[in-house]
Design a protein around this ligand. Structure first.
Ligand code: FMN
Ligand code: SF4
Length: 432
């Protein structure tokens, strides 16, 4: 059995109530940077990668790729530098956990960067921050300056002889720059259009050099794993998805916010026990488990442990852990209109299936919501979404297709009702 009873342990956010934790002195007072110092002084890059592989840390940026395995793809630096990228673009609607990690624990993130930087031989980390995140960027800049002035970054990191710089780069408000190769293009000053793979970033990444891209939260777990060990980390979560994660809960709940809980915590527990359930005594209708790219689940399917292996069995995915809750007043066709408008606006336009498909899907949702749709439109919606999947340069088109498929799988009858009655049974207040 791969699923343990979740134990409530918070290590990423343990000190976030203390404002001083965001400063270098406050972070060091809690033992900050001592784990990185010890690792860089006493362990080899190979040891670090082996330990992280044993820990089984899964990337927290959406795809859930094993972090240690990703680091192991990096070649030794040869004829030039290796790079690391910290993906702080966080533009997925429903996802806001990285913002918390950056504003309340900037030095935890920097310490989390130093260990893989050492393991992958990276000379520099590009910290790519979402354009709209002005406050996190300001806090991180200050943290980088403090850490550089005090020798945690620079030519002799923590007195170990390892040299590493962190450079903060601001995005300009495009969702696609969160996709790792779109990010790399943007970093190089070009249009944020994803690259064809191969070559993968570990071979040819930023400025043509071997590069590893990880999410903010992925980095933040690293010092804790090296401080307390693999067995401790694996004592939380599930066999395949160890550790805690930050669930960002929004929508129709009493207490929206970020909750650090073990992976494998049940979705209904997150909604009802931690986020306080649906306000006003209304009934829960559906929830999206991991940001708008992931197929939603109806009320009867929410007893699922929140870990990739269990969500996949239910036809969804963990994504970024951004849980969006919808009560019985929510029209599912309208949900489709809102989500598809986002994807239509954010497609980079390189692939026909994505450029045309996202716009077409949006038009169909709107037509059905306005009562002008036909039964054939529902079939066409399904057909177009199916043709967008798995056929493009990057996973954006999949991310645009999956929510459509989830809506039709679980709420087709609501679409049929719109078509048969020629109107929305749950008219809402805002203009589409
Ligand atoms: C359309 C799209 C948007 C993405 N946006 C983000 C993002 O904002 N932040 C992020 O960390 N990963 C994002 N990703 C995933 C990245 O491509 C990449 O997998 C991730 O940064 C790797 O980090 P991890 O292995 O630590 O999860 C996005 C992927 C796609 C396809
Ligand atoms: S799938 Fe969409 S976002 Fe990704 S490269 Fe193609 S057009 Fe651009």
């Amino acid at each position: 059995m791969g699923h343990r009873v979740p134990r409530v342990t918070q290590y990423l956010t343990e000190h976030f109530a203390d404002e001083g934790f965001a400063t270098l002195s406050g972070y060091r007072a809690r033992g900050g940077y001592e784990t990185a110092r010890r690792v860089l002084r006493d362990q080899s890059p190979g040891d670090v990668i082996r330990m992280l592989k044993k820990a089984g840390l899964q990337g927290r940026g959406g795809a859930g790729f094993d972090a240690g395995t990703k680091w192991s793809f990096m070649p030794e630096p040869h004829h030039g530098p290796n790079y690391l990228v910290c993906n702080a673009d966080e533009s997925e609607p429903g996802s806001f956990k990285d913002r918390l990690l950056m504003t309340r624990g900037p030095h935890q993130l920097l310490e989390g960067i130093l260990i893989p930087a050492f393991a992958t031989g990276a000379a520099m980390t590009f910290l790519y921050v979402r354009g709209e995140y002005a406050e996190p960027a300001r806090i991180l800049r200050r943290a980088i300056d403090e850490a550089t002035a005090e020798g945690m970054l620079g030519s002799n990191v923590l007195g170990t002889g390892f040299a590493h710089q962190v450079v903060l780069v601001r995005g300009a408000g495009a969702y696609i720059c969160g996709e790792e190769t779109g990010l790399l293009e943007s970093l190089e000053g070009k249009k944020g259009q994803p690259r064809r793979k191969p070559p993968y970033p570990a071979e040819c990444g930023a400025f043509g050099r071997p590069t590893t891209v990880n999410n903010v939260e992925t980095f933040c777990h690293v010092p804790h794993i090296f401080e307390r060990g693999v067995d401790w980390f694996r004592s939380m979560g599930t066999d395949q998805s160890p550790g805690t994660t930050l669930f960002g809960v929004s929508g129709h709940v009493e207490r929206p916010g970020v909750y650090e809980l073990p992976l494998g915590t049940r979705l209904d527990e997150i909604i009802f026990e931690h986020a306080g359930g649906v306000p006003g005594g209304r009934k829960l209708k559906a929830a999206i488990p991991g940001g708008v790219s992931m197929p939603l689940l109806p009320a009867g399917h929410l007893d699922v442990p929140m870990a990739g292996e269990f969500l996949r069995e239910r036809g969804s995915s963990l994504g970024t852990g951004g849980v969006i809750v919808m009560d019985e007043t929510t029209c599912m066709v309208r949900v489709g209109c809102v989500i598809s408008e986002f994807f239509r606006d954010e497609s980079c336009g390189q692939c026909t299936q994505c450029r045309e498909g996202t716009g077409f899907v949006h038009k169909l949702f709107l037509r059905i919501e306005r009562g002008a749709g036909t039964a054939a439109d529902i079939d066409v919606l399904e057909d177009v979404a199916g043709k967008m999947e798995g056929a493009t340069i990057c996973a954006f088109a999949d991310a645009a297709a999956w929510p459509v498929q989830g809506l039709l799988r679980h709420f087709r009858s609501e679409f049929i009702e719109h078509v048969h009655t020629g109107k929305c049974p749950l008219p809402d207040g805002f203009e589409l």
